[in-house]
Design a protein around this ligand. Structure first.
Ligand SMILES: Cc1cc2nc3c(=O)[nH]c(=O)nc-3n(C[C@H](O)[C@H](O)[C@H](O)COP(=O)(O)O)c2cc1C
Length: 389
């Protein structure tokens, strides 16, 4: 029987179902969906399933250490919470709630540029580390201003996402009328409004939290960027390698480049001054048909593994997936949907539950593998898949 409450969730899929029950379809599908035929989104998940473990048995059990150092900071967990735009639509004050849960668990939260809560509030919500993810929406001056705010607020690293030249084609969003519901006339909204009417509890929360959010961290001449302008603003704001000179100049701190999908781009990222990179295809939400991130991790590690910290995201739904990524050489991973489902199901409590599910999965997996410290995980504990790319 599927879990009926966040407390009863055994795995991330339980939280996903609870999120589906609480959210209007248009919001649930925004989280759950991917680009075009969703091939890459599913491939990310499948790549973890294709890796098999090779345990060391009859190893005396011992307390497990999950501590991981990323960019010189010790985290209690080997996973961080990935930047997820519009989290405030999933739950009131969503970004603050997620950051708070991450901090309490001893890990870092990465705040998206396209968030509904001001970055200062988010930083103040967590006693843990927070990184700021940058899109160049609004252009260089707007980005420079938000970089200065993020630095002043105490964000510890800047994450620049490079896989978003334009927004991916997420067909579920189009079919559900995401655009009409966020910016249409009442007449244009009408055919899609049943999704909202079917979730009165969410609707009440949404209005109590101020209704349709703006983007308070993208301040244009006219004020915070309106919600409906996001897709067109993204299309006009792709980052290029030349931009990293001024970005680094403005930031003056640890730089992470997210969205690396080949050895060549990994080398470019290092040349551009990255301290860490994230092998990521945006959870299969951008270019459909690219390889699973786990499948390109080896070539990236061969190219730059001795020069930068290599993180990975995409498809992580269980703690055993985190362990597999670490065995394959990632220093740490980011989780996206896994905590977004928790947030949508139950706010901070739901994120805490998602984190706890992954944490206890990792501990159990380490014990069963016969390796009690994530720092000791390496290739001999897994057989990678040899599927053709
Ligand atoms: C609903 C949603 C919104 C996202 N928004 C952003 C964003 O604003 N910036 C960004 O760099 N990545 C964004 N991502 C990508 C995530 O940071 C991460 O790369 C991805 O979710 C990892 O895949 P997973 O969801 O399978 O864990 C988003 C992902 C989702 C699911």
């Amino acid at each position: 029987m599927p879990a009926r409450r966040v407390d009863d969730a055994l795995n991330i899929e339980d939280l996903r179902r609870l999120a589906q029950r609480r959210l209007p379809r248009v919001v649930f599908d925004y989280i759950d969906g991917g680009a075009e035929a969703e091939i890459t989104m599913h491939r990310n998940v499948q790549a973890f399933r294709d890796v098999t473990f090779r345990p060391h048995s009859a190893v005396a059990s011992a307390p497990c250490s999950l501590r991981t150092t990323v960019l010189g900071t010790m985290l209690e967990l080997p996973f961080l919470l990935a930047p997820i735009g519009s989290s405030r639509m999933f739950y009131p004050q969503g970004e603050c709630a997620a950051a708070r849960a991450a901090g309490k668990a001893g890990t870092a939260y990465i705040l998206s540029t396209l968030a509904g809560c001001p970055l200062e509030d988010v930083k103040a919500s967590t006693r843990g580390h927070a990184w700021y993810q940058l899109y160049l929406v609004g252009g260089r001056d707007v980005a420079t201003a938000s970089i200065a705010r993020a630095r002043a607020a105490g964000f510890q690293a800047l994450v620049v996402t490079i896989d978003t030249a334009v927004a991916g084609m997420r067909e579920r969003d189009v079919r559900n009328g995401a655009k009409q519901l966020s910016s249409g006339t009442p007449r244009q909204m009408l055919p899609y409004a049943w999704q909202i009417a079917a979730r009165p509890r969410w609707l009440l929360d949404f209005f109590r939290d101020g209704g349709l959010m703006r983007f308070p961290n993208v301040v244009l001449g006219t004020g915070p960027m309106p919600y409906e302008d996001a897709a067109s603003a993204l299309a006009e704001s792709g980052v290029s390698w030349e931009d990293f000179a001024w970005i680094k100049d403005a930031w003056q701190g640890p730089l992470v480049i997210k969205g690396v999908q080949s050895a060549d781009d990994a080398r470019r990222a290092v040349d551009a001054g990255a301290d860490a990179i994230v092998v990521s295809n945006h959870g299969g939400r951008q270019l459909d048909g690219v390889a699973a991130t786990l499948d390109i991790l080896p070539e990236v590690l061969d190219a730059v593994g001795d020069r930068v910290e290599v993180l990975l995201d995409g498809g992580i739904r269980r703690g055993s997936d985190v362990v597999k990524a670490l065995c394959m050489g990632a220093r740490a991973v980011l989780v996206g949907r896994a905590y977004a489902y928790g947030l949508a199901a139950g706010g901070e409590t739901g994120v805490a539950k998602a984190i706890e599910i992954l944490r206890s999965d990792i501990v159990r997996t380490l014990n069963l593998l016969g390796c009690h410290d994530v720092a000791g995980l390496e290739r001999s504990y897994v057989t990678p898949s040899f599927r053709k790319l």
